[in-house]
Structures are given as structure tokens and as C-alpha cells.
Design a protein around this ligand. Sequence first.
Ligand code: COA
Length: 212
Amino acid sequence: MLAAPDHRFVLSNLGRYTDVLRLRGGRSLTVRFLELRDAEALLDYFRSLSQRSRYSRLMGAASELPPSELDKALHVGEGNRFAVVAEMKVDGVDTLVGEARYSFDAQSGESEFGLSIGDTWQGQGVGAALLANIECRAAALGARMLFGETLRNNEQMIGLARKSGYMFGRAPDDWRLTRFDKALHAAADIPCESWRQAARAGWPLHEDAPAH
Ligand SMILES: CC(C)(COP(=O)(O)OP(=O)(O)OC[C@H]1O[C@@H](n2cnc3c(N)ncnc32)[C@H](O)[C@@H]1OP(=O)(O)O)[C@@H](O)C(=O)NCCC(=O)NCCS
């Protein structure tokens, strides 16, 4: 017998879940779900990353985003996996400056994420803003815990996680990695559209996180 579909993750009109964030310095950052029309831009974005950034993000040597990863990213919501892009206006043109993916395990209540910011845009608060948005999006799915894993020598990601209030521990499956996690009840006072939509749809948001 087929399992009943989980209607929480059947996302129609992906554009509804768009957030416009204000960066320090006043610039706007738009975070939205990845759509089919973004495939080329996302591939170009990964190609344009420095070798080091790409290695850190993909945790291995690759000259571009592997097709299987692109395919997964484009199927937003399937298998409880989600992908977003972060855009800024550059000379009047919407430009992809970062991306993130997160997944949700309803059984454990945990959400895992990975993200990257284009080299030109690193060190300007974009990563911190995107991560805060992912925290809200994950909380909107009902996640109580958000975690990530990164290479032990990835000072940027470790610095970002530390600054964002994550706790560090050993990654269980790979000695090269460190794991960091954060309880989301301490994190979800950042409004995001996913949270509002989830509240409206009556999804069981966990009690610790404040409603907006
Ligand atoms: C890790 C990454 C996402 C951080 O994004 P970012 O936009 O550069 O980070 P921010 O500018 O928002 O910095 C936020 C905080 O992170 C820390 N941080 C950023 N760069 C750092 C560095 N080079 N060394 C130490 N800490 C750093 C700081 O605490 C910083 O706060 P501050 O600006 O007030 O000092 C980005 O550098 C990146 O994409 N790296 C390559 C891909 C990658 O490593 N992804 C992680 C895989 S899970």
C-alpha cells in the first residue's frame, strides 16, 4: 500500500515563501525557494565559486554542482528536502549571491542544513542573514533542532555557527567533520513567510517557538 502523501510538503506557488531581509549596511537580500528557471543560474553560481568555497560546500573536489544534487535541489519539498537561493540587486539586476538547502526529519524533529555565499559577497553579513532565515524556515516545518556539519578546518563556517549560537560536537560518521547544532526555540524569533504560512495552515508548530 502506498503511504499517504504528507500535504505539508506539497508546495504550490513556491514564490509565496519569499523573504526580503535587510542586511547590515542597508542592502536587501531576497531569499526564496529554488525554481526550475534557476537551474542555469545555480550551475553558474557553483562554477563561479572559488575552488576552496566549492570544496567546503560540497565537501570534496568538484568543478561544479553534480547533476544529482541539482536534481534534488530542484525538487523542492520532495523527501522533505528544500533548497533556497539568496539574491541581491547588482546594478539593477537580480543576482544569485548565495544558496542553502535544508532537510527535515519529522521523526527526530531535526533539520540539517548546508549553505554557501559567493566569494565576492562573503564577510558582509549575508551568511548570517541567510542562516537566520533557514532557522525560521526549519522551525516552520516543526523542527526543534537545526544542525550542520563542516570540515574541521572551515574557519568561516565555524565562525558563523559560533556567532549564531550553535554548539559544537563530533560528527558521528566522519572524523574530518565537526557538527554544530542549535535548539530552535532559542532561534525562531526571526519572522519569515514560511512561518506565517505554516501558522495560517494550522501546521503543528512546536510550542517553544514564538508565533508571529
Ligand atoms: C561560511 C559562509 C557561509 C559564511 O558566510 P559569510 O557571508 O561569509 O559570513 P558573514 O559575513 O555573515 O559572517 C558572519 C560571522 O561569521 C564569522 N566569520 C565570517 N567569516 C569568518 C572567517 N573568515 N573567519 C572566522 N569567522 C568568520 C564571523 O563571526 C562573522 O561575524 P562578524 O562579521 O560580525 O565578524 C561563507 O563564507 C561561505 O560560503 N563559505 C564557503 C562555503 C562553505 O564553507 N559553506 C559551509 C558548508 S556547511
